[in-house]
Design a protein around this ligand. Structure first.
Ligand SMILES: Nc1ncnc2c1ncn2[C@@H]1O[C@H](COP(=O)(O)OP(=O)(O)O)[C@@H](O)[C@H]1O
Ligand SMILES: [Mg+2]
Length: 308
């Protein structure tokens, strides 16, 4: 794949989002194009939301993540693929602050977030979806949504000090929750226990909940795993809408059809490293090569692994 194509087509992708205008002046820079053509992995991006530098995480003697340089372009959908054990989940956990690296750093909007705990990162706009745990199934769908707004004014101490402010806030949260439930076709379930939702509806709720705080970056770990085909399409539509609203999306997915379907950019990991990255259409074309390189012989992923 040629570097100039890579850059200009990424630009095309971004340009299609109506209200999104990053500064991409350098895309026309020939030396940059040449550089990109020569460095398929670790490519610099026009306007990265996240920059990962020399990030390493080991478990005992095993190196789970060893990423020298990776940038996540703002406003596009990036898929993270690779065989089981490649380090995708560990990388996710390092980005969201659920795990700590041995060394290295993550820049979010240019700021090193290494010292920020996960809830602080979430408040700053870096959120991931959470599985509907057993405890949460005993709350209503609406209550689950309200939990997604955590970190806003009106919590904890502030709540007890300024009840009128809190009530205003609470109403705004409820309004936002109902709007999202409407959009995700869950409004009719608002007062039901979340435990009564189908597998697919749970996934919808997980995504809707993540959007409560209007995040800048949304991280989805297998957004359609175990979801029936009809709901999968609906979920994917929702994912596609996120960049149009200016959000950056990173997701891990086993279903390669889904990857080719919705992602703009694909990052391929193996043994903790980024071994390739590029436009989805280019990486897709090289699928056979990637399969051979990964030695899986059955596609990049092993779909049985995460079947519910
Ligand atoms: N908490 C942990 N303790 C020990 N080893 C772990 C832990 N988490 C992940 N690993 C190991 O790190 C490697 C990467 O795992 P993971 O990030 O889950 O890969 P993926 O999500 O790509 O399948 C695997 O070899 C896995 O066994
Ligand atoms: Mg995983």
């Amino acid at each position: 794949m040629s570097g100039s194509n890579l850059a200009s087509r990424l630009w095309d992708r971004i340009r299609r989002r109506d209200d999104f205008e990053p500064d991409l002046g350098w895309v026309l820079d020939d030396s940059r194009r040449k550089w990109m053509a020569e460095h398929t992995s670790g490519v610099t991006k026009p306007d990265p939301a996240l920059v990962i530098k020399n990030l390493r995480r080991t478990f005992g003697g095993l190196t789970a993540v060893d990423v020298d340089h990776l940038e996540i372009q703002r406003g596009v959908i990036t898929a993270l693929i690779g065989p089981n054990g490649a380090g995708k989940t560990t990388l996710f956990n390092l980005l969201t602050g659920f795990d700590r690296p041995d060394s290295g750093s993550v820049l979010f909007d240019g700021r090193d977030i290494e010292r920020m705990r996960s809830h602080v990162r979430a408040r700053k706009g870096l959120v991931r979806t959470f599985q509907l745990t057993k405890a949460l199934t005993k709350l209503s769908v609406l209550e689950n949504m309200k939990l997604g707004a955590k970190g806003q004014v009106g919590e904890g101490f502030a709540r007890s000090l300024v009840p009128p402010l809190w009530r205003v806030q609470e109403r705004a949260i409820e309004k936002r929750a109902m709007e999202l439930l409407e959009r995700f076709s869950l409004a009719h379930m608002a007062s039901e226990y979340a435990g009564t939702l189908s597998g697919g509806q749970r996934k919808l709720l997980e995504m809707a909940r993540a959007l409560m705080s209007r995040p800048a970056v949304v991280m989805l770990d297998e957004p359609v795993a175990g979801v029936n085909p009809a709901l999968t399409q609906s979920l994917l539509e929702h994912v596609r809408e996120l960049p149009i609203e200016g959000m950056t999306v990173i997701f891990v997915e086993h279903d390669m059809d889904v990857v080719w379907d919705i992602s703009d950019w694909v990052v391929v990991m193996a043994e903790g490293r980024v071994i390739a990255e590029g436009l989805a259409e280019d990486i897709g074309k090289n699928r056979a090569v990637i399969d051979a390189y990964l030695g899986s012989g059955q596609g990049i992923e092993n779909p049985e692994e995460e079947a519910p």
